[in-house]
Design a protein around this ligand. Sequence first.
Ligand code: 9WN
Length: 450
Amino acid sequence: CAPPYDPSGPSGPLGARAAAVLDANWTGTSTVPSRGLYPHQWSWDSAFIAIGLRRLSPLRAQTELETLLAAQWGDGRIPHIVFNPSVPLDAYFPSPDFWRSSAAGRTAGAPRTVQTSGIVQPPVHALAAWLVHRADPGLSRARGFLPRVYPRLAAWHRYLLHRRDLGGGGLASVVHPWEQGMDNSPCWDAPLSRVVPAPARSFRRADLAHGAPEDRPTDLDYGRYVRLAADYRERGYSDRPGARPVGFAVEDPAFNALLIASEHALARIAKELGATGTARHARAERLTTALVDRLWDPAEGMFLCRDVYGAAPGARPSGALVPERSVSGLIPLLLPTLPRTVARALVRTACGPHFGLGGAARLVPSYDLTGEAFDRHRYWRGPAWFNTAWLLERGLRLHGERARADALREDFLRTAGASGFAEYVDPYTGAACGTTGFGWTAALTLDLLH
Ligand code: 9WN
């Protein structure tokens, strides 16, 4: 990670600097997370970026989401990467020739003309679409934005709730750590230990050309990521129970909380389009109940991940909770109908020794400050990220924790500006880690400035 903030560094109003990052990362139809490390369109990045872009240009924000949705598969999945054909193949690994989406994903309805990955990322999109609409309802109506995106978002949620309920308890499972978005979280260590890594010589990482190796996942992690993705590709990206079972299935609190928040947003969109939205709100409430039933740990005062294949076959409920504290387990604070006792406990846990919110830590660390696997610089094993801080700020505000939300907002804006809109930061010093000029950091800065 870079040394702590140098006050003689970049100057100018924060909003203008954030807008300049988004302009530099804009390709004409979407925004890259970073020109060097991530030169394509990423799914949940685009949703967060659209949320910020709506403050700058509602038209660009709508276009960002429309470009992503144009790459949706026939089965409803929104791919985690949409590849830019003008970027050289060796600029990012795994590249389109690894995923081979249009050939390997034919049965699942992969698009023919655009190349994508075959896995997904957290469903922030309906929430983003609703917020983008609200930023300029006149423009949105004139362009028919919601009528065009609604069927696609509905199909996306249907895919997750039907094809991805691998645990049988009503929640969606991720089948790859990249799907959850927190690639090397210690929560994956146990489920991933059952995956035989692909040999290191069988692939070439491109990320190490841009990031310090000690800030990134290890080669062993990558061997397992490659094995899981290649196995999924070999079964045609099918989610039906088949001859070759997927080797990894986890119910994650943040992924499911974002699905629920998006289902509430979809209800509002349905209402705007003339329906009642009642059925969708009711489904979101049922999902909230399932989330609490399956993932809430009252002794820890937070949500945990469920390793769906982590117990004897036939065990009820399926799988086992993973005893690791990740920021993912705090994100359900975002949900409006969370039981009061659960919301209170989440705030206590966030502010306690494990996450140090408003105390020892900057923003909110990605992993337990006291955990054995804690590493203040290695990606999702400790560093603080801006998208999770934004989600938590929203959750605190929603549950009446105004002073704590204000303090987190202040810290966010200060740290984002001082770090050059870093990808993530050291959770004790706020020093920039990973790349700078990172898309969602700049976008969510703009959002919080309003
Ligand atoms: C793999 C783009 C993405 C984020 C993820 C983050 C990282 C990719 C990588 O970058 O993942 O998808 O190459 O490490 O973990 O959350 O969406 O910013």
